[in-house]
Design a protein around this ligand. Structure first.
Ligand code: NAD
Ligand code: MG
Length: 396
């Protein structure tokens, strides 16, 4: 078996750590070729010691000096790089077969595009890439014959439930609807008054999944599901009307596909990201992910509800941005990143998050998304407006 070289963008995060856990179980199949992180040097150094990658990447020169010194002292041959160009270089490196895109937020866009331009097998966790620049990214994937495999558990479940000749288009394959499941987050049953009082600590404690802070807050506001609706639209070429969000608090059914004949296919499993990661890493084969069997008897029941759009307006904002098109989803994404950071810093209440996003979208008209420059300008402008609104208390 030929060992495949893997670049992990976001190696020290929740998805990065789970990816390394799957790689650790299959050293004959995968080699961690480049481990890229932002500023967690201690954690990255531990990973470098265990996996001996050819390259490690950190945010800036000072952190790279520190990591480089520690690697030399430990007798490791890993080369240390820094900065945004190094991320794209590792994503497009000629020796690399697979790129795990697991940076959080807009920072992941350019390196993931670089992987697409280099025609790599891309494992996409970083959903913000498709929200910001869905059309551009999908076009780049097609033009350069890259292989795009969704890692987000819902989209991975949909991918597994679709026929393999999906390139003909979902209508030709007899798909009627996509049913995107959502846990509902930790505040599913809270009243509006209780919602306004929630703290960052409570928002980051998800009932079913252990994840990074940003996606945990996104799950609590349900913006995560909104971003996933946009992600599904681009990945599977379906209209907003064909995507139905279904609240399923147990997070065992990871999503479903309904066909013209009334059949509904689903993928089930324990809520553990190592399942979609292992699926995408080994695709089209199946490998052990270290995930225990699903115990249906212990589970006993599966529940479903309709989403409450009044209490969780972020979902509606995302549908509206998708329908508006152009740079509207990039503006939504940027305003959300600013809002989540402000909420985590206690500069914005929980219910200020949707208000800030709505005000930013109202203040900045969407334009066409015809180039990366269009997306980056809209992103920067939306951040500037959203930051100003936070400072002025306009979203309180
Ligand atoms: P995380 O916060 O745990 O990790 C983020 C990683 O990105 C870290 O390694 C960090 O060093 C790196 N990073 C952050 N900013 C960076 C920058 N400017 N430059 C370079 N590296 C940077 O996040 P996570 O929970 O692992 O999520 C990663 C992505 O995967 C997100 O887009 C998220 O929506 C998506 N996702 C996560 C899960 C999950 O279960 N955690 C599930 C589905 C999708
Ligand atoms: Mg998901």
């Amino acid at each position: 078996m030929i060992r495949q070289n893997v670049t992990i963008l976001g190696a020290t995060g929740s998805i990065g750590v789970s990816t390394l856990d799957v790689i650790r179980r299959h050293p004959e199949r995968f080699h961690a070729f480049a481990l890229c992180a932002h500023s967690q040097v201690d954690k990255l150094f531990e990973q470098v010691c265990e996996f001996a990658p050819k390259f490690a990447v950190v945010r800036d020169a000072a952190l790279a000096d520190e990591l480089g010194r520690r690697c030399r002292d430990a007798g490791l041959a890993t080369k240390v790089r820094h900065g945004v160009e190094a991320l794209s270089e590792m994503a497009a490196h000629p020796e690399v077969d697979i790129v795990m895109a697991a940076i959080v937020g807009a920072a992941g866009l350019e390196p993931t595009l670089a992987a697409a331009r280099a025609g790599k097998k891309i494992l996409l966790a970083n959903k913000e890439v498709l929200v910001m620049a869905g059309e551009l990214f999908m076009q780049t994937v097609r033009e350069h014959d890259a292989l795009l495999l969704p890692v987000d558990s819902e989209h991975n479940a949909i991918f597994q439930s679709l026929p393999s000749d999906i390139s003909r288009g979902i209508a030709a394959c007899g798909v009627r609807r996509i049913l995107l499941t959502a846990s509902g987050g930790p505040f599913r049953t809270l009243s509006p008054v209780e919602l306004n009082e929630v703290t960052p600590e409570a928002a980051c404690a998800h009932p079913n999944w252990v994840m990074g802070q940003k996606i945990s807050v996104d799950s609590a506001t349900m913006m995560n599901k909104g971003l996933e609706v946009i992600e599904a639209h681009w990945l599977f070429d379906c209209s907003p009307e064909q995507i139905q969000v279904v609240i399923h608090p147990q997070s065992v059914i990871h999503s479903l596909v309904e066909y013209a004949d009334g059949s509904v296919l689903a993928q089930l499993g324990n809520p553990d990201m190592r399942t979609p990661i292992a699926y995408a890493l080994a695709y089209p084969e199946r490998i052990d992910a270290g995930v225990p069997s699903l115990d249906l008897f212990a589970l006993a029941r599966l529940d479903f509800e309709a989403p409450d759009l009044d209490r969780f307006p972020c979902l509606q904002l995302a549908y509206a941005a998708l329908r508006a098109g152009g740079t509207a989803p990039a503006i939504l994404n940027a305003a959300n990143e600013v809002a989540v950071a402000a909420f985590l810093d206690r500069r914005l209440p929980f219910l200020g998050i949707p208000r800030l996003i709505e005000s930013t979208l109202a203040a900045l008209p969407a334009g066409p998304e015809s180039s990366l420059a269009d997306v980056l300008v809209a992103d920067a402008e939306a951040r500037r407006i959203a930051e100003r609104l936070v400072r002025e208390g306009g979203a309180k």
